[in-house]
Design a protein around this ligand. Structure first.
Ligand code: DGY
Length: 323
């Protein structure tokens, strides 16, 4: 490996000023100034000859990309905790290390989950539209009634780093906490939550069902029509994980028919080209993948990657190295 200052790093996106400054001070950086999502082919061409590759979740780093970059590539860094856009097995086989950004984004993502829970339960999208469109008919004793959180049951699919931060924030709102993981957490980590051995059992008690589990092949389209039918009538669905864990047809139908009271979504299948029917739903409170979107968190995500690279240069294995 060349001296740090001679290492070539290709960055597919713009990162926060503090992160770019540190990156530029340490490495020979080439970046995609256009800051648009790159196709795999464009990425493989643009990043030829780099030792480090810095991507975000918008770039697919396939086995082919890795093979094309492998002659020089040493480390792939992704500015995300999710890694479904990277072929980890191909990286491992090619001897390329992969770093991601666990922990540092859990709090910001949990804040967005709370915003979605509140916004969906209290009809914030519909109310906001009335203000903007000047269709507010004024206060009425029975108008725009939402669901109060106090005493309702929040079911968390995936009580991991993000799920735990959601639980911490939800408890003071008076929500009763339930979760499903493959295995129960030790009592000292479970924060008084109730464990469900199966996701079906969790669904059955979830007045608010919140997806925080990582998107794995087994969880693709997890929330389908059959599972939505297991939720209590008038339940609320929240997703801060990945859009591909929800069957859009089933969720949209349940929102249209009012089988579900509302949904709060931060993530969508095929984003930003979302199913257009979502735009027509008054009972959807949606934001465009803002989970980790604070200056503090995006700085921390960038630095956890740069710190990881420095650890590798010292011959250490950083805590965020996946392969
Ligand atoms: C991640 O890190 O995977 C998030 O979705 C980005 O906010």
């Amino acid at each position: 490996m060349p001296e740090a200052s001679a290492i070539r790093l290709y960055a597919t996106r713009r990162f926060t000023p503090a992160v770019e400054q540190a990156m530029d001070a340490r490495y020979q950086v080439t970046r995609n100034w256009a800051d648009t999502a790159m196709t795999s082919d464009a990425l493989a061409q643009a990043a030829q000859g780099c030792e480090y590759l810095m991507v975000s979740l918008t770039e697919k780093v396939t086995a082919e990309v890795i093979a094309r970059l492998a002659p020089t590539l040493k480390v792939i860094c992704t500015l995300s905790v999710g890694v479904e856009h990277l072929d980890l097995a191909a990286a491992k086989q090619a001897g390329v290390k992969v770093l991601n950004t666990p922990d540092v984004l859990s709090e910001a993502t949990a804040e967005i989950a709370m915003m979605l829970i509140l916004g969906a339960a209290r009809r914030a999208a519909e109310g906001g539209r009335m203000i903007r469109d000047d269709t507010w008919y004024g206060f009425t004793p029975t108008g725009m009634l939402g669901q109060q959180l106090t005493g309702r049951r929040l079911g968390i699919l995936g009580l991991g780093r993000i799920g735990k931060e959601v639980a911490k924030r939800a408890a003071p709102f008076g929500l009763k906490l339930h979760y499903h993981n493959r295995r129960p957490l030790p009592a000292e980590e479970a924060m008084g939550t109730t464990y469900h051995e199966t996701s079906d059992s969790l669904l059955a008690v979830s007045d608010i069902f919140c997806i925080t589990a990582p998107s794995t092949p087994e969880l693709k389209s997890f929330l389908n029509a059959e599972r939505i039918a297991r939720l209590p009538k008038d339940a609320i669905v929240i997703n801060v994980a990945r859009g591909d864990m929800v069957d859009d047809d089933a969720l949209i139908e349940a929102l249209q028919s009012k089988r579900l009271f509302a949904a709060g979504l931060d993530v969508f299948r095929g984003e930003p080209d979302i199913d257009p029917r979502y735009r027509t739903l008054d009972n959807l409170f949606a934001v465009p993948h803002l989970g980790s979107g604070t200056v503090e968190t995006r700085d921390a995500m960038g630095f956890v990657l740069l710190d990881g690279l420095q650890a590798i240069e010292r011959g250490e294995t950083p805590h965020n190295q996946l392969v």
